[in-house]
Design a protein around this ligand. Structure first.
Ligand SMILES: Cc1ncc(COP(=O)(O)O)c(C=O)c1O
Length: 395
């Protein structure tokens, strides 16, 4: 039991510097530094969605609490979006607006898991999910997965099975995926579904990048008949509408789970910010053309970045994930490599933030800076990697 000055055991070892321990060195260095280490965008949201477009004259009590479940206009816009995109008529009681998916997933974990439970984390993963599990007192169980899918003989079902214990309560599945930019193929989702059903696991489906798909549309997990009864899906406007500072997301799932999640939200965040919920509703209602153009810009940036790193173009999302070991100098490890990238003017995320098995990997966000800056960053990286780089004429 912690007593002053000790802290909660669940938070011991958490660091606010999830994305780069190099930030301090970067501050000291000065000069041009391209921050490709954090998942962000250079774009502003569609006009009607922006903070400055929400006015008290139009929305009396704009700054009051919103209803716990969410603003009616946003709830309606979300249901229309899911109906239009997936032909699914969502039960209104099963929907909950949350102040961003990070909080949303924390609420889901608090509602569905107990301290001591284990959460399967196919890795690499979005860096914050591991800390969300540990702050809940749960044990994250990392299973190298996304980077192994192409390996001859890799059996996704066996890999997950081997990690299941009597304490396993849930599996977290993020597709489209941060950081690999891949969409899980249907047979792999079939394998996840079999493991989840066999062991009575909850499925936490993280759909943060559902709108940023550059090729074939994918089928979300929550739409599958074999997963619908056990899947809580998490969505956010942060990525699809450049709305990360707006802190608006939503979760939906089976009725009992949603009742519990709503209950936790009352005693936690209470509601998402009302002005931003109204903006989010407008993004969903008015932002189709903006989203189409954003998708085009991001797909192009992703293809350019992938070419510079010698990777296949991303299928979705805003990241690439690279094993940098072949580019290490003799005797160099990941810290030295990252410092060389920084000295060249580019910040990258260390792979271990996305899983302990990724000690030689790096993550790059290709939407964090405008196209011309990205080209400059990629040229700098290409020199560090000893690759020929990309020419501006390709753009
Ligand atoms: C996979 C994934 N899930 C969830 C989130 C969190 O999104 P939000 O900004 O809504 O908290 C992110 C943000 O980077 C993400 O990449």
């Amino acid at each position: 039991m912690p007593r002053h000055p000790s802290l909660s055991a669940a938070t011991a070892g958490l660091s606010a510097d999830v994305y780069s321990a190099l930030a301090e060195r970067a501050r000291r260095r000065g000069g041009t530094i391209h921050p490709l280490h954090v998942g962000d965008t250079y774009l502003d949201p569609p006009e009607g969605a922006r903070a400055e477009a929400q006015r008290t004259a139009e929305h009396p009590r704009l700054h009051n609490y919103a209803p716990v479940q969410g603003e009616p206009a946003l709830l309606a816009a979300i249901r229309r979006r899911l109906a239009g995109r997936y032909g699914h008529d969502l039960d209104p009681a099963c929907l909950q607006v949350v102040p961003g998916a990070t909080t949303g997933l924390a609420l889901v974990l608090a509602a569905l898991l107990d301290p001591g439970d284990e959460l399967l984390l196919p890795s690499p993963f979005w860096p914050l999910i591991r800390g969300l599990a540990t702050t809940r007192g749960c044990a994250p169980v990392e299973v190298p997965f996304f980077t192994r899918l192409g390996e001859p003989g890799f059996d996704p079902e066996a890999a997950l099975e081997a990690a299941v214990t009597p304490r396993t309560a849930a599996v977290y599945v993020n597709t489209p995926h941060n950081p690999t930019g891949r969409i899980l193929p249907e047979p792999v989702v079939d394998a996840v579904a079999r493991v989840a059903r066999r062991h009575d696991l909850w499925v936490l489906a993280d759909d943060a990048y559902e709108e940023l798909v550059y090729g074939q549309p994918h089928r979300p997990l929550w739409l599958r008949a074999d997963l619908a009864d056990r899947t809580v899906a998490s969505h956010t406007l942060s990525k699809s509408y450049a709305f990360a500072g707006g802190r608006v997301g939503f979760v939906h799932g089976p009725p009992d789970a949603m009742r519990a999640i709503r209950g936790v939200q009352v005693f936690n965040a209470y509601c998402a910010p009302r002005p931003m919920q109204l903006g989010a509703a407008r993004a969903l209602e008015e932002g189709d053309a903006w989203l189409a153009e954003t998708r085009r810009l991001y797909a192009r940036a992703g293809a350019e970045a992938a070419a510079a790193l010698g990777l296949p173009a991303p299928e979705a999302g805003t990241f690439l994930f690279l094993d940098a070991a072949p580019y290490f100098l003799p005797g160099e490890g990941l810290p030295g490599f990252l410092e060389r990238c920084l000295d060249a003017g580019v910040l990258l995320t260390p792979g271990p933030a996305a899983g302990r098995d990724y000690g030689t990997w790096v993550r790059l966000c290709f939407t964090a800076v405008p196209p011309a800056e990205l080209t400059d960053a990629l040229g700098r990286l290409a020199r560090v990697l000893g690759r020929s780089g990309v020419s501006r004429s390709d753009r």
